[in-house]
Design a protein around this ligand. Sequence first.
Ligand SMILES: Cc1ncc(C[n+]2csc(CCOP(=O)(O)OP(=O)(O)O)c2C)c(N)n1
Ligand code: SF4
Ligand SMILES: [Mg+2]
Length: 302
Amino acid sequence: MIPEQPVYLEDKVDEIRQSGRLAYRSTALPTWCPGCGYYSMTEGLVNALTELRIKGEDTVIVSGIGCASRFPFFMDTYGFHTLHGRALPVATGVKVANDKLTVVAVGGDGDGFAIGCGHIPHAARRNVNITYLLFDNGIYGLTKGQVSPTSATGFITPTSPFQNRDAPLNPLLMLLSYGASWVGQAYAGWPHHLTQLIRQALEHPGFSYLHVLSPCVTFDKTDRTYQNLDLAVRELDADHDSSDMAAAMRAAADTNTPTLGLYYAEKRETLGQALDLIAARAAGAQRIKRATTRHRQRKTPA
Ligand SMILES: Cc1ncc(C[n+]2csc(CCOP(=O)(O)OP(=O)(O)O)c2C)c(N)n1
Ligand code: SF4
Ligand SMILES: [Mg+2]
């Protein structure tokens, strides 16, 4: 259909800018392959930050290494592209240094569950108030498609030419048992649902873990494709109780049908709150020590 009035590119860009959707975009255009699920995550985070009115200058995105970990380059927020697998300790340090910041750690399945796997339980049990967005494409995308800790058994890749013999890890079950205080799962092919879950994760006061199923369209033509995931995923049951750990674990254990939504959420003391208390106690102990010393000095005859 030909529009009655001509549409000018400048006007269109202005319209998009006014909607706020360019506010968090850097001038570096994403270098991901066309169709990569990671575009949905960029859109989802931009929309969630816009809805929550969190400013770019108050946001820090921390990543490791991999295609997923390029994320901070494409965002006009503060960013830190760290070493392979090291996003979580750096993000924890950023948050501890300045509790007012919104800190988002991002990374892939290889970055998080292979080389960086040792950091996840500690960020979760400490309940550091950050959001971890895990982009799971079940493959090492950046290094051209090797098998990863979440690849399906039987998956053929350059490092598993006679089929992957290992069973995939179950990240949701792991995070639940590590003590993450917010655990959810989303899918790059459901962008509106993804935005809402990112928003909830950002709003949660504590460690929020969002597992995002995402196709690597270049190196996986058979397994985690949009076609397969579109047929496989479904929403968590409407009566799912996100305060019920056993129900969350049952849903997470059902790997045949990946369910999307909020699995589990609880409110408990964050690392920042605990450190504030420790600092107050330490300051109190110092005051008592100084007062006792002064008292003793006054009582001791010269
Ligand atoms: C210490 C170290 N070991 C290995 C590599 C090679 N390497 C780069 S990215 C990567 C895997 C990334 O996979 P994933 O986290 O799933 O990210 P994706 O590319 O799939 O988004 C590996 C093994 C590296 N850069 N540094
Ligand atoms: S290689 Fe795969 S994960 Fe990396 S940008 Fe391309 S489609 Fe995305
Ligand atoms: Mg990957």
